[in-house]
Design a binder for this molecule. Structure first.
Ligand code: IPD
Ligand code: CA
Length: 282
């Protein structure tokens, strides 16, 4: 077991819980008054900025010297341990009053996520994991589903804020939908991967997300037994594909910026299906 990863997990748990409590007490913004970022649908609220500032402040206190890269304020990935922070994953849900959103903090070493935590302000759930130490939700061990038939599987996915990218994503979903059990678009990549860890979803596949969306949840899914593939890290020398597919080469070829997590009983078949449906061209 990696003791460093364990202590990084404790830090991630502590700061995400604090941030989730803080976020819960902030007034929800008026949906028509929020600003936008990369596109008119990519909203950012004052809460996103305030929660990220709190996370940066607490990480600087607890882990001085570690780089922090965040969704709202960016940052350089120039230290051995990098913290990837998403103050609100599921911002669109948050501003619309849907309760499915979370604070996510992941620790990355040598380009690979090694520990992290995801805290939900509304339900109070805390998801966390460290490499080699398992994944838990509120202290209970997580395990992926035992499904073995892709045709019965429930697949989570998501869509870019850029409309052009959505065209390719819609094409892929249209091709997959008749061949899987069902598809969910919940609005939070982090919670989609936690849901794979819990066996609530059988798999998750999305293109074009950012490291802060899933750095924590990728460890949670992997430690719960999922077969996981993530893109190369921001600004650093990417580890090879094998290091990022963690446990199986059968899931390569899904596209450079694809994030994939699946129960082992369907991972290879689902990846093959997604390739056949054009995943690499999304
Ligand atoms: C978004 C969510 C969503 C995913 C998008 C992400 P945000 O993050 O994770 O589920 O489909 O790709 O950008 O904007 O809510 O932090
Ligand atoms: Ca996000």
């Amino acid at each position: 077991m990696d003791c460093t990863a364990l202590s990084l997990r404790r830090v991630a748990e502590r700061v995400t819980l604090e941030a989730a409590e803080y976020l819960r007490d902030l007034p929800r913004p008026d949906v028509v008054a929020v600003s936008t970022k990369s596109s008119p649908t990519d909203v950012v609220s004052a809460a996103d900025t305030a929660v990220e500032a709190l996370l940066r402040h607490r990480l600087a206190e607890l882990c001085p010297g570690d780089a922090v890269v965040g969704e709202e304020d960016g940052g350089a990935a120039d230290t051995d341990t990098i913290w990837l922070v998403d103050p609100i994953d599921g911002t669109v849900n948050y501003v619309h009053g849907l309760p499915w959103y979370a604070v996510s903090v992941g620790a990355v070493r040598c380009g690979v996520p090694v520990a992290g935590a995801v805290a939900e302000p509304v339900s109070g759930r805390l998801w966390s994991a460290a490499v080699g130490a398992g994944a838990t939700c509120d202290g209970r061990p997580l395990r992926v589903s035992a499904i073995s038939d892709v045709a019965l599987s429930v697949l989570g996915t998501g869509f870019s804020y850029r409309s052009q990218r959505r065209v390719g994503q819609a094409r892929l979903v249209a091709a997959l939908l008749p061949r899987v059990g069902d598809v969910r678009r919940t609005g939070s990549a982090a919670l989609d991967m936690c849901s794979v860890a819990a066996g609530w979803l059988d798999a998750y596949l999305e293109h074009g997300t950012n490291w802060w969306d899933w750095a924590a949840a990728a460890v949670i899914a992997r430690e719960a037994g999922a077969v996981v593939r993530v893109p190369g890290p921001p600004g650093a020398q990417p580890p090879d594909e094998e290091a990022r597919t963690y446990s199986s080469s059968d899931i390569a070829g899904l596209g450079a910026d694809a994030v994939f997590a699946a129960a082992p009983g369907i991972a290879a078949d689902l990846a093959a299906l997604a390739r056949a449906c054009g995943a690499a061209a999304v």
